[in-house]
Design a binder for this molecule. Structure first.
Ligand code: GDG
Length: 483
C-alpha cells in the first residue's frame, strides 16, 4: 500500500517568522486534530498553502521553511498575493461560500477570479502529482479545491482519490446559477468517493449531477465513463476526549490556577447566583446569524422583561476574512447592535451582552463552555457546526442546554437539543424561556444521549470511516475495470 496524501487550502501548521528564523507550529483546528490518525508516521504527506504569500516570505528563509514544514510531514504550495486574492478571497469566498450557503445575493460571478481559481487548483494538483504515484491514496478537502480531483485523475487514472466538502452542497435550483457549474461537478467527479456532512447535501449533489451532466445515478453511485463514483455522508465529529478531559481538569483547578476570564465569570456568578449565562461562539460570518441572534435576544428580553438582570449573553465572534466587504459590513452591524442593545437595556449592575471580537486561547474556550448554562447557536446555514458538539462534550456533570438551529448540519444528529428555525423569533424566545427553566433532570437526560453519540462518532472515527470507504471503493472499481 502506498502513502496517504492530504490536500487542503491551509496546512495543519502555522509559520512564525521572528528574528530571521522560522518555526512551524502545529495548528489546533478541528481538521488538523481529526486527521491525526491519518496523518501520522512517515507514510503520509499534507500539501497546502502555508498562509504566507510569496511576497511575504524572505528569499533567504525559503529553504528553512521547506525544512521546517517537512518535519511536520507537510509541503507547501506557493501562492502570490494576486493568486490568494483571486482564488481564496475571490472565487472561494465571494462566489462559492455565499452560494453554497444560500446567500445568492452575495455571490459574485467574476471570470477573472474563476480563472485564478482554476490556475491555483492546477498548482495544487501539480504538487500532488509531483509527490505521488498510482499506489497512493489522496484525500482532498473542501470548497477551495473542487477541481483538483479531476486534475489529478487525468494524470493518474488508477490512484485512489477522496474528496470531502465541509460546507453545505446547495439544492439544484441554487447550484445551477453558477456559470461554471458543469466544470465544478466534473472536477469533483474525478474522485472515487465524495463525502458530505449530511444526507441532504449528498442528495442535492446527486440531483445536480443528474440534471446538469445527465449522468446515470444508481442509488448513491454515479456512472462516469469507465468508473463508478460513490457519494456518501460522513458527519464530522470532534475530539471528544480532548474536550471532556480539558473540562474535567478545568473543574479540578485551584483558584490560583484559574484564568482571568474564569475569575471574572466566577465573580459574576457569585454576585448573581440565579443569573444564567447564554453563550454563542462563531467566526464572524454572515452565515452564522449573529446579527439575527442579537435581535432575537432583544425580542426575548422585551417579551420576558422579568429576565432582565437574570440572563447574560456572551458572544465570542472570531475575526474572519476581514478583507471581504460583506464581513466588514457585518462587523459594523454587530458592533452597532451590541452597543444599541446594551445602551437601551443595561442597568447600573447589569450589561446584557458581553461581546468579544477576537480569538481566545483553548483554555478560555473551555472556561466559556463550562461556565455557560445555555449554548445558543443559530446559524442561518452551517455545514456542520462543531461548537455545538464541543459544548456538549465539556458538560461533564451533564447539565446545560443546547439551543441549535435546524439549518446546521449537526442538528441532524442532535435531536435532544432544542432545535429552532433561526428566522422564527417567537420560537427562539420560547426556546430560551424553556432552556432557562429546564429541570436539571431533563438536561441530564438529554445530554447523556448526546454525549454517548458524540463520544462514539468522534473525529477519529469520521476520518477512519472515510478512508476505509475510499479504499473499498477504489478496490471495487479496480475489479470492475479489469473485467
Ligand atoms: C467549517 C464549516 C463545519 C472558535 N472560536 C475559537 C476557537 N474556535 C473553534 C471551535 C471549533 C471551530 O473553531 C469552529 O468550527 P465550526 O464547525 O463551528 O465552524 P467553521 O469554522 O465555519 O467550519 C462548519 C466545519 O468546517 C468542519 O467541517 O462544521 O460548518 O463552516 O472547533 O472550537 N478555537 C479557539 N479560540 C477561539 O476563539 N482556540
Amino acid at each position: 500500500m502506498g502513502k496517504t496524501i492530504i490536500i487542503s487550502n491551509r496546512l495543519p501548521v502555522q509559520l512564525q517568522i521572528s528574528n530571521g528564523s522560522i518555526t512551524a507550529v502545529p495548528s489546533v483546528g478541528g481538521l488538523a486534530t481529526g486527521m491525526k490518525s491519518v496523518h501520522s508516521g512517515g507514510d503520509s504527506l499534507w500539501i497546502g498553502w502555508s498562509g504566507l504569500t510569496d511576497e511575504e516570505i524572505p528569499k533567504e528563509l525559503a529553504p528553512q521553511i521547506d525544512k521546517a514544514l517537512a518535519e511536520h510531514g507537510s509541503s507547501k504550495v506557493n501562492l502570490s498575493q494576486e493568486e490568494v486574492d483571486g482564488f481564496y478571497f475571490g472565487f472561494s469566498n465571494r462566489t462559492i461560500w455565499p452560494l453554497f450557503h444560500y446567500f445568492l445575493e452575495y455571490s459574485e460571478f467574476e471570470l477573472d477570479s474563476w480563472n485564478t481559481y482554476k490556475n491555483v487548483n492546477q498548482k495544487f494538483a501539480d504538487a500532488v502529482l509531483a509527490s505521488s504515484d498510482e499506489e497512493d491514496t489522496i484525500w482532498i478537502h473542501d470548497y477551495q479545491l473542487m477541481l483538483v480531483p479531476q486534475m489529478v485523475r487525468k494524470q493518474r487514472p488508477n490512484i485512489a482519490i477522496g474528496f470531502f466538502l465541509h460546507i453545505p452542497f446547495p439544492s439544484y435550483e441554487i447550484f445551477r446559477t453558477l456559470p461554471w457549474r458543469e466544470e465544478v461537478l466534473e472536477g469533483l467527479l474525478g474522485s472515487d468517493l465524495i463525502g458530505f456532512h449530511t444526507y441532504d447535501y449528498e442528495r442535492h449533489f446527486l440531483s445536480s449531477v443528474r440534471r446538469l451532466l445527465g449522468l446515470e445515478v444508481h442509488f448513491n453511485e454515479i456512472d462516469v465513463s469507465n468508473r463508478l463514483v460513490k457519494v456518501d455522508s460522513f458527519p464530522m465529529g470532534i475530539d471528544y476526549k480532548k474536550f471532556s478531559t480539558a473540562a474535567k481538569n478545568h473543574g479540578n483547578n485551584k483558584a490560583s490556577e484559574q484564568s482571568d476570564l474564569q475569575r471574572r465569570l466566577n465573580k459574576h456568578k457569585e454576585s448573581t447566583p440565579d443569573a444564567k449565562f447564554i453563550l454563542s461562539i462563531d467566526r464572524l460570518d454572515y452565515t452564522k446569524g449573529i446579527a439575527k441572534r442579537l435581535n432575537a435576544f432583544e425580542y426575548f428580553l422585551k417579551k420576558y422583561p422579568e429576565y432582565k438582570e437574570k440572563v447574560r449573553l456572551i458572544i465570542l465572534a472570531v475575526p474572519s476574512r476581514s478583507n471581504v466587504p460583506q464581513y466588514q459590513l457585518l462587523k459594523r452591524e454587530v458592533d452597532e447592535l451590541v452597543g444599541r442593545i446594551n445602551g437601551e437595556l443595561a442597568t447600573v449592575s447589569w450589561t446584557p451582552i458581553w461581546y468579544f471580537y477576537r480569538s481566545l486561547p483553548f483554555e478560555n474556550l473551555i472556561d466559556l463552555y463550562t461556565s455557560s448554562d445555555i449554548a445558543w447557536l443559530t446559524p442561518i446555514r452551517d455545514g456542520m457546526n462543531l461548537v455545538a458538539k464541543e459544548y456538549i462534550a465539556t458538560r461533564t456533570d451533564k447539565t446545560g442546554v443546547l439551543i441549535l438551529s435546524e439549518m446546521a448540519g449537526s442538528a441532524n444528529e442532535m435531536n435532544e437539543a432544542l432545535l429552532i428555525n433561526p428566522n422564527n423569533f417567537e420560537q427562539i424566545s420560547e426556546s430560551l424561556y424553556r432552556a432557562i427553566n429546564m429541570p436539571v433532570e431533563e438536561q441530564k437526560e438529554r445530554n447523556s444521549q448526546l454525549q454517548k453519540r458524540l463520544e462514539r462518532y468522534n473525529v477519529e472515527k469520521w476520518a477512519n470511516d472515510f478512508m476505509t470507504s475510499l479504499r473499498e471503493q477504489r478496490e471495487l472499481d479496480a475489479i470492475n475495470i479489469s473485467r
